[in-house]
Ligand binder design. Sequence first.
Ligand SMILES: *Cc1c(COP(=O)(O)O)cnc(C)c1O
Length: 388
Amino acid sequence: MGSMTGSVVVAGCEWLEYDYGPALVPQDRPASFTMWRYRDLLPLPDGPVRYPLPIGGTPLLPVPALRQEAGTPRLWVKDETRNPTTSNKDRATALVIEDGLRRGIDTITTASTGNAAVSTAFGAAAAGLRAVIFVSLECRPEKIAMMTQAGAWVFQVPAGYAAATDLSRDAARAFGWLDRNTGANPVTLEAKKTVAFEVWEQLGRVVPDVVVAPVGDGPTLVALDKGFDELVRCGLATRRPRLVGVQAEHCQPLVRAWQGRTAAPADLDPAATAADGIAVLRAAIGDAVLDAVRRDGGAMVAVSETALDDAVGVLARRAGLSAEPAGASALAGLGSAVGQGLVDRSETVVLLVTGRGKAAAGPPDQRRVAVVDGLDEVAQLLAGEETR
Ligand SMILES: *Cc1c(COP(=O)(O)O)cnc(C)c1O
């Protein structure tokens, strides 16, 4: 069982604990690796890993052109789009299913704003399990199409995401299914904390000054906090980074809570943001998010739809990365945090890019498209290009 010793409750959230020590993180420097590299810090009994898809070990990109554009010479992007279903949800899916395979459970359920369900559908398909998904009516049709393509059952719940979560959890209890719901299953945090271990290793066993991450239900950010905390407890690091959590202005319950302000109706409209992955009204582990941000001296920031849209464009043009709006929100959040004096441009900052764009967000930019017959027109058009 790795070196797991038990669990404690931190801000309403169950944290599994281990017999911490420096030997729990391997010392070698493999060219490529997966999340299972950290199995001594995961609730994983001995024996081979059966989950068949490669998870984690995603690149930490130096993004030279983006550094130049943003004026941030020590900026890094943790590219979580490089997981099997192109989002960071795959880490949690993998560990929950691995646990289920070992316990002989044949069905997994989750509620989801979209990506957790896509991840669960494909992960279950690969492992030979049945996936039963609960979503709100707002869930994007292209994401539902992916779920059914992988053979999942999809139940749409008109009362919204919170009600979908309640139904999924009731179903897990009633039918003995694997419960992948965030907040219900501490294993999801265990899986997502491996991002912190990877970032630390990829920076040369150095903790960054700041990590910026999107916040929906909360596990992405809380797991970062737990991962860095465990590096300290293992004696491998001496401090944690400041964590900056990002929400969309249209759905920012935790930003308002962090500011000590009451959220207005305009702050609580999940359908109004393109960042569906973080459009969560009632975060499953919101108290733990606020606790982590406070303890590490971090902050919560909200970003506009324009800033999200710009961030998607900048990641494409300056980092070569296709991100969905929620996936690009950390870049938008960095802009806001720098503007508010919460982060200095000279600091070592890691942005979590959590999800790939499932399709181009709109029609082609016609300023960049032309029909040509020969090189003359090509040269002429390129010469007239405004710098963008
Ligand atoms: C789920 C999701 C998030 C938010 O993660 P939480 O762990 O729920 O806070 C951010 N970005 C993308 C792309 C997601 O799918």
